[in-house]
Write a protein that binds this ligand. Structure first.
Ligand code: NAP
Length: 677
């Protein structure tokens, strides 16, 4: 079988055989991979001319719905991806991490996009910045989609998740993508692409696939394009040095190999839940994907006095873990991806063994597999005898089930050893002492993209050391490449341009479709609570009648709420306080404002479900007269549900003023409002 590429909305089969891909277990030929015949300039132009404009014309909510459609298709046909994954040496659990993790990331971004982003084409970033005394000139940051193409060059170890974690952010941000998977597992990625295209929700030009070499693709990259690279630092550095990237200012994000650490805290006793969690975590990281995870633990820091106990506990797990053909009865660990990779890991282990002591290196009896034909590699545990002076353990990544124990005598030494990795994707500390956790963050967070702490309380619910979560940043400084991916909505920034926009607040309101403080307001044609979602416009305002606050109000409110705080109830104490006399409760002011702006009759407002950004700006005293201004700040239509009346969220900006028109309170309320029938 020739692995096909997908270019300019058509499948492409290369004219030559290309590079062979063998089954990791049996050594049989699975596929050949070549990109010969692809016109890379045309592919990039197609993405820019066809895919980009369509995606940029879709709102964040429409793009989120698209992600959900793609995720659902992958989920419905995951069995096909599991089957393809077995040929790469992945067990069912390994395939689950890649495949289910892959569509899981898309589902998370679909849901976050729907809940956290506007139903609009641009994103407001931060708050309005006042740039003049009168307030007539201001600035706001916005983010818009970059008008180029995102090229994703991925590593072999996650043929599905490695693609989708990037596509989720790329598409939600409104950019088209060209994906180039590693050749060794490109047949799995091609299957996933086929499933995503079959879903019928991707617009033309949104996705293209290059299986095989990238030819002259880099020569055609331009200023609005983005390249992301995941793989070894050697390849990453080579690609980053391509003169075209610097010449055209192409964005480049790099995720490279790293020597992630895990550390057993000095407080943890053998036999405790935290000790067991540590052994489980370290052994899992060696077993899952046969240690071929960029986040896997390579350096394991252990108090010197616990070294033998940890080594013995790990050896017991290795002995009890059957290795063999993925899918065979009981097999928990499969082979590496191929014989080339096995040779590479062996070279790395030889380098490590020159300075460190090998404590364990066996897989016992292989289950249903031939050790010569399959790319099997034994669990390999080493001990660093002088980790402060021997550098190999901090420099050589053996991308397999390989780990080195590093003894430490005190915390300062531990932090130093951790930093000797010169930047990693992730580190973890198992400790029941939260003071150690804070020290670890202060001493080592600058060297990590993510830190995880496990103790007796959290270990059962933990998502694991090696699992990047779509909600959290994935990437790391220094040797790990200096890149950053995912992290919830932060992940979109790579594919968007942040621009400062200056003008009058009214102009900025029109640009942002969000009412901003200082912008023009217009009296609503009728009471806002009598208007449907579709009738309300951004800027619609209700200015209420007035109400004079009395001492009886304050006393009654204290009685109802049970809040007898001295500033409201004790004349003497209030006189000596910063208020200098008794003041009304802030919450009374809120309640009174609601009484001023609420229209009580049955109408389109279904519920008031929240209040945000509340500030009490000035005290309100008995005798003051207040009124409220309610202005529509933003409208967000909700996706229709069969069992629900069509509705939307309307955010109202509320200003409460006193008799001198001075602001006393300001906040945003969130209402659910019915749509036109
Ligand atoms: P690799 O050999 O560096 O390859 C990575 C990607 O670059 C592959 O798609 C490869 O394609 C491509 N490539 C290689 N040479 C290229 C060139 N001259 N021009 C354009 N593309 C080129 O890495 P790998 O062996 O696939 O992955 C293992 C490494 O990746 C490990 O070191 C691991 O730590 C790291 N990794 C890091 C992360 C992370 O998030 N930080 C994640 C996963 C893996 P071909 O296969 O076709 O050559």
């Amino acid at each position: 079988m020739r692995v096909r590429s997908y270019a300019t909305d058509a499948w492409h089969t290369s004219s030559d055989e290309g590079r062979p891909v063998h089954d990791a277990t049996s050594g049989e030929l699975v596929a050949t991979v070549s990109s010969t015949g692809l016109d890379f300039a045309r592919m990039l132009a197609h993405a820019r001319r066809v895919g980009g404009p369509t995606l940029r014309g879709m709102t964040f909510h429409q793009r989120a719905a698209m992600l959900k459609g793609v995720a659902k298709a992958l989920s419905d046909r995951k069995q096909e991806l599991y089957e393809a994954s077995f040929t790469t040496g992945a067990t069912k659990t390994d395939a689950w991490v890649d495949v289910d993790g892959g569509f899981g990331a898309l589902f998370v971004y679909a849901s976050k996009g729907r809940r956290e982003l506007p139903d609009d084409l641009l994103l407001l970033d931060g708050d309005l910045e006042r740039l003049s005394k009168s307030g007539a000139f201001a600035g706001h940051h916005v983010q818009v989609s970059r008008q180029g193409v995102a090229v994703h060059i991925n590593a072999f170890n996650f043929p599905v998740w490695g693609m989708t974690e990037k596509l989720a952010c790329t598409w939600l941000a409104g950019m088209p993508a060209v994906v180039k998977p590693a050749s060794a597992t490109s047949h799995v990625t091609a299957k996933a692409v086929e499933i995503m295209l079959d879903a019928g929700v991707l617009p033309p030009g949104a996705l293209q696939l290059v299986c095989g070499g990238v030819g002259d693709l880099f020569d055609h990259l331009r200023d609005q394009d983005v390249v992301t690279f995941t793989g070894s630092a050697v390849t990453g550095r080579k690609l980053k040095a391509h003169p075209g990237l610097a010449e055209h200012g192409v964005r480049f994000n790099m995720e490279a190999d790293s020597l992630n650490f895990s550390m057993l805290g000095p407080d943890v006793q053998p036999g405790s839940a935290t000790f067991d969690a540590f052994v489980r975590e370290v052994s899992n990281e060696m077993r899952i994907k046969t240690g071929q995870r960029c986040t896997a633990i390579r350096r394991t820091l252990v108090p010197r006095t616990r070294l033998d106990e940890v080594a013995d506990a790990l050896k017991a797990v290795f002995e009890a873990t059957p290795v063999g053909r993925p899918g065979a009865q009981g097999v928990k660990m499969g082979p590496l991806v191929g014989l080339d990779q096995r040779a590479e890991v062996q070279r790395a282990v030889d380098a490590l063994a020159a300075e460190n002591t090998v404590l364990y290196g066996s897989y016992g009896q292989l289950v249903d597999a031939d050790p010569e034909r399959g790319a099997f590699f034994p669990f390999t545990l080493l001990r660093a005898d002088d980790p402060l002076n021997h550098r190999t353990v901090h420099e050589v990544e053996a991308f397999g089930p390989v780990n080195t124990l590093l003894p430490y005598d005190d915390l300062d030494t531990a932090w130093e050893l951790i930093r000797m990795g010169r930047g990693s994707l992730v580190g973890s500390v198992m400790t029941d002492d939260d003071a150690v956790a804070r020290q670890a963050v202060l001493q080592t967070a600058a060297y990590h993209g993510r830190l995880m702490f496990l103790n007796a309380d959290s270990q059962a619910d933990s998502t694991g050391h090696g699992s990047p979560m779509p909600h959290l940043v994935h990437g790391g400084p220094g040797r790990a490449g200096g890149g950053e991916e995912m992290g919830g909505m932060r992940g979109l920034s790579l594919y968007m341009q942040r621009t400062a926009v200056q003008g009058s607040p009214t102009t900025l309101t029109s640009v942002a479709r969000t009412w901003l403080p200082g912008a023009a307001r217009h009296e609503a044609p009728k009471h806002p609570f009598r208007m449907t979602f579709d009738e309300i416009a951004v800027g619609d305002t209700l200015t209420t009648h007035r109400r004079t606050v009395t001492e009886a109000d304050v006393t009654n409110f204290a009685g109802i709420s049970g809040d007898f705080f001295y500033a409201h109830m004790d004349d003497v104490a209030a006189r000596e306080s910063i208020f200098e006399r008794r003041v009304a409760h802030g919450y009374f002011v809120l309640s009174a404002a609601a009484g001023l702006f609420v229209d009580p009759g049955v109408g389109p407002v279904l519920a008031n479900y929240g209040l945000e950004n509340l500030r009490f700006v000035q005290p309100v005293y008995p005798g003051d007269t207040i009124r409220a201004k309610l202005t529509c700040k933003r409208r967000i239509a909700k996706a229709p549900r069969p069992d629900e009346r069509p509705q939307g969220v309307v955010e109202w900006h509320v200003d409460v003023e006193n008799q001198d028109e001075a602001l006393v309170a300001t906040y945003t309320i969130l209402t659910l409002v019915a749509r036109d029938a």
